[in-house]
Write a protein that binds this ligand. Sequence first.
Ligand code: NAP
Length: 476
Amino acid sequence: MEMLIAGNWRGAADGRTEEVRSPYDGRTIDTVPVATVQDAQAALDRAEIGAHLQRTTPAHVRVDILLRAAALADERAEDIAQTISAESGKPITEARGEASRSGNIIRLAAYEGSQLYGSTLPLDANAGTGLDKIGFTLRQPVGIVVAITPFNYPALLVLHKIAPALAAGNAVVLKPARATPLTALKLAQCFVDAGLPPDALSVITGPGSSLGDVLVTDPRVRKVSFTGSTSIGTRISSIAGVKKLSLELGASCPVIILPDADLELASTAVAAGGYVNAGQVCISVQRVIVDRRVEKDFLDALVPKVEAIAVGNPKEEDTRLGSLISEEEASRVHTSILEARHSGARVLTGGDRDGAVVTPAVVAGVDPRSPLSRNELFGPAVAVSSAPDMESAIAMANDNEYGLGAGIFTSDVAGAVQAMRQIDAGNIHINWSPLWRADLMPYGGLKGSGIGKEGVRSAVQEMTEEKTVVLHGRPW
Ligand code: NAP
């Protein structure tokens, strides 16, 4: 496929292309241009025009365009799902689930773009100010949004940026992950075919390492919305300059299991939440902290459920766990599991590697200070540690540089209330794992997991700016 620069499907300025390959079997799926720095600058130049056009377009016109794009995303959901599965190695059933949310995210964003309310200010409550003035706020689009996305949800994470950005009246330059550019291009096609003004959207393909700095440092860009690793997010925050930043970064999400938990429910949730998308989810269950009084019963319930996860070719309907995004990533995950075993942890099931596939693993007796527990794994393994009581479990959950999601299993409301107050995570689930998201809910991390919130209403807020206006009358 070609990349999209302001309505034109075209190649890179120097004509270079690269192959997009299946991580599962290495077959070539398609080729895409390797954008140059000049291409990125061309996209930004056109975005300047697009931002002006979008800002002067009434919201109801933008809503109509987005609703048409949503209908096209619905119609094309099967093709989008096949593309997601092929380029990411995700099982086709999971890819269908992801693709089927596309239209709804665009529709939710379209609605939020029609809700840019301001407020009136009670200026006369300020001592020294009378009734002769009226103050109010106006919301307007930020202008140009640069969106940079990771490989693990090639449709959802793209749409959580471009749909609210366009709905709010901005122009967008998107740089999707190099491993998964095709899904982003197919989604962009929906907006183009829906009649989006050409200058409002560009999608440039190629390496973030050479394109990222140009995009994030350009002073014409008012907002950078980044989802990816904490290391690159940190780099962006140090060079971006004066602009709004949303950084959705890494994680090592805990689940706490208290002695009064429903262990069947908890083990079912962990067996899903630790292994969806081969564990390559920022809100994946990575650390289970189980009260030691129920540790054995919990593991007895968990292991058979994990062993039942069907590993195989992502194209097949029965497959529940496909490949990781690359053989290098699979090798890194495999090594982490082996290192945990060498340090005394017990691998109760899984953890073997074949190419880019790692079988789903349960690792018990993990030292909570060890790398398998502390660092982001982004692979299909869950590290189980035990705690003597609730206070220690919460302290262990918080003893981590990240704070994206957390889950707690208990049948006691008081324990749940204490946990939701004390756990430092942006999303907390009571009686489910952190791997759960509704596209309209505020979503984002604390601590090293980032700043800012996504979820369409929050994203529209963050992609608009507020102006305060005061009308000065005369005292009467
Ligand atoms: P990544 O390596 O950080 O890449 C993310 C994006 O940044 C890609 O498009 C990448 O381009 C680009 N990039 C690379 N170098 C850059 C630079 N110097 N400047 C600007 N952009 C640059 O992350 P990933 O491996 O794709 O994704 C996994 C990570 O994403 C995990 O840490 C995961 O936790 C995180 N994540 C977080 C959330 C959340 O909501 N908090 C959601 C999903 C994923 P290339 O692909 O061309 O390198």
